[in-house]
Ligand binder design. Structure first.
Ligand SMILES: [Zn+2]
Length: 290
């Protein structure tokens, strides 16, 4: 057949894709689609350059090129919070209905207030591509990210995700957040500098479901507080590069005594040592260690 309804192509490299499920989307409501993450990056590079240039110019004009706040971007928990649970979301739409979002988190450290801001495209309520990310204590620079309309109710915005979370007791959710930050701190301590950078983790989140469903290895272990966790590990390949994807989940019996498995932390790594670190406790599925 010369042509059928399943004809798509990557808007960057023009490769033909015959399955809608193999396309990656970045902008909500836009048919712009890509064959892989590399194509997304390439396609948008001039736009990220544009915004980075703008921010650079602003910083120069404000004499803020070497601001202390910039070091906040080395803290993955803050970056993650900004992208997944910000304090403010702003949205701007042009005349042809293209949207850019601004996700902002306010951070208090002692007497000082800092702000972390991300300009991004959003798909399914989640930043799908970050155009620029920065942090400052300068109110004027902050205001440059507060344009368009502010999303009045973040709760409304995140309604879909909240619907799932609402099924879980808020106390348990809080507990999970705590566990998550412990594992995140643990991860930071054992991470190597040469590993996949934190700001790129977003690009790997598609591997989470697959890793949980078809893990190569699964380990079950208890933490210091005698609570049960599970690490699912799978060797994955992205753009020709092999890496491990690891999902740490919390095990919790539900009201009917069934066990619920709630993912609390997931990340890619190219570091075999880090992977080894998460192979702990009892192996419950998959081949032998190594
Ligand atoms: Zn492509």
């Amino acid at each position: 057949m010369l042509l059928n309804k399943e004809f798509y192509y990557c808007k960057n490299c023009k490769k033909v894709v015959n399955n809608l499920e193999d396309l990656l989307f970045v902008e909500e409501g836009s048919p712009l689609s890509f064959c892989c993450e590399v194509c997304i990056e390439k396609y948008y590079t001039p736009i990220t350059d544009y915004f980075q240039g703008k921010v650079f110019k602003l910083r120069k004009d404000l004499n803020l090129e070497e601001e202390l706040a910039l070091s906040l971007m080395d803290d993955p928990a803050l970056v993650e919070k900004t992208l997944s649970r910000p304090d403010e979301i702003w949205r701007i739409e042009n005349q042809i209905k293209e949207e850019v979002y601004s996700f902002i988190t306010h951070i208090k450290k002692g007497e000082k207030s800092y702000h972390m801001m991300a300009l991004c495209f959003v798909f399914n309520k989640t930043p799908s591509f970050v155009l620029t990310l920065t942090a400052t204590e300068n109110e004027y620079l902050l205001q440059q990210f507060q344009t368009g309309e502010q999303i009045e109710s973040l709760e409304e915005f995140y309604k879909e995700q909240l619907a799932i979370e609402n099924m879980i007791d808020p106390e348990i959710l809080e507990h999970l957040e705590l566990k998550k930050s412990q594992f995140l701190a643990d991860l930071m301590e054992h991470r190597s500098e040469a590993d996949i950078p934190f700001e790129n983790f977003d690009l790997y989140m598609d591997y989470m479901t697959d890793t949980i469903e078809t893990a190569d290895e699964v380990y079950r272990f208890k933490d210091d507080e005698d609570e049960t966790f599970q690490a699912s590990i799978k060797g994955q390949v992205k753009d020709g590069v092999s890496f491990f994807f690891i999902v740490v989940s919390y095990h919790m019996p539900d009201d009917e005594g069934r066990e619920m498995v709630l993912p609390i932390l997931s990340f890619p790594t190219v570091d075999g040592k880090l992977c080894e670190y998460f192979r702990r406790g009892e192996q419950v599925s998959g081949g032998l260690k190594n």
